[in-house]
Design a binder for this molecule. Sequence first.
Ligand SMILES: Nc1ncnc2c1ncn2[C@@H]1O[C@H](COP(=O)(O)OP(=O)(O)O)[C@@H](O)[C@H]1O
Ligand SMILES: [Mg+2]
Length: 458
Amino acid sequence: MRINLKVLKTSTFRLAAIYLVVFAISTGAVLGYVYWNTVVLLQDQTDDTIGAEVQGLAEQYRQRGLTGLLDIIKERSTENTGSIYLFTNFVGRRLAGNLDGLPVGAVGKEGWIEFPYGVRTKNGRDQHIARAYHLKLAGGFKLVVGRDVEERRELARLIRTALFWALGLAVVFGVGGSFLLSRNFLARIDSISATSRTIMAGDLTERMPVTGTNDELDRLAVGLNEMLDQIERLMMGMKEISSNVAHDLRTPLTRMRTRVEAALRSGDKDDQASALHSILQETDQLLATFNALLSIAKAEAGQARAGFEEVNLGELVEEMAEFYEPIIEDEGGVLELKVSQGVVIAGDRQLLAQLMTNLIDNTLKYGRDPKTNVPMVTLQADMIDDKPTLIVADKGVGIADEDRDRVTERFVRLEESRSAPGNGLGLSLVKGVVKLHRGSMTLADNKPGLKVSIQFIS
Ligand SMILES: Nc1ncnc2c1ncn2[C@@H]1O[C@H](COP(=O)(O)OP(=O)(O)O)[C@@H](O)[C@H]1O
Ligand SMILES: [Mg+2]
């Protein structure tokens, strides 16, 4: 296996390493505490036992004198209990006990000492450590009482070794564990970047791998996948639009070409003049379509939001009415106005005016009373459900339920409307402007006719 050094640079590994250090320090502290306590406890115990025995012997000395003490020491020295005794006279000669001679350090009146001494074992002699209390008695006699503490030291050594092993293993497992963990993490990151490269190479249907554990990487992948879905949808939309545009421009261009060809062939001055005239109309129409498409694209891109200003919808509606009222009344129709005060939003005044124009334009084209053929239009600017709302309604044929979603798409015109002038982009622009203002639009039955309501956020 090739060790991948990239692993060491991952944030998981760094995190695991920090965790490991903290873990090692706390484990070390706990073990150290246990070690220290055990050692101190054992030493205290030994000291207590020795202290008690010294006291006992001193008592014997007072009661039974020198010989009594010597007897007891001789008796106790023969038992192999790990107890250490020595009783010497004023020149340091041993009178009783199992120590060969006075240990180094046993000077002064009394005190604690630790010293090495020889012990007879099955296979010869061994050096052990002893802890003892020494004191001087009257007449220059010296008493040393102690215990073999080799076992205690052995235990301390054991605990110490255990401590180092525990720490060592914690570090080894920690390092190994975090290495594996980070490698796993890295593998998933690698697969995510591999997938993104595939997607960038053009395969938009590819998706990030999701393991199903719902961890942070999974959530990241799910988020990215949602974004990819959205991008795919947008791309599909773009494709559709461009094919729509291509299709819609081909018809008028073909028409123009035919006209030009016919005019050239006929050679008649009048024919050519009328051909030029109709071509001029066609190009105006094409330019209008292009402008509408550009406006929609601009509105949908959302860049115009930077130029938002305070727009009073009531005033806007009144301005529109001022312009359209003479036109409607000329045709014998009625324009009804319902305007409340203080219906104000942040928006793009020009695009909102374009929105109103498109809607009113539609009422003039499709909102005529089927019997009398006069336009009956209602314009309203109001607070409805606490939200600034614009309503444009008519008494025409309306739009069937199943067509209401469709008509807001680009270039969609219902069959019965084909005779009226238009490019099918009016409602698309309305929808784009509404989206730009983060509002919502509903098309409803005005019984009869169409009622378009646009709700803005307050
Ligand atoms: N007020 C209305 N009443 C009935 N139908 C309408 C109304 N407004 C729009 N429509 C239908 O929706 C279609 C799309 O409208 P629009 O996008 O403005 O395109 P255009 O006006 O160029 O036809 C229209 O062709 C028409 O069929
Ligand atoms: Mg229209």
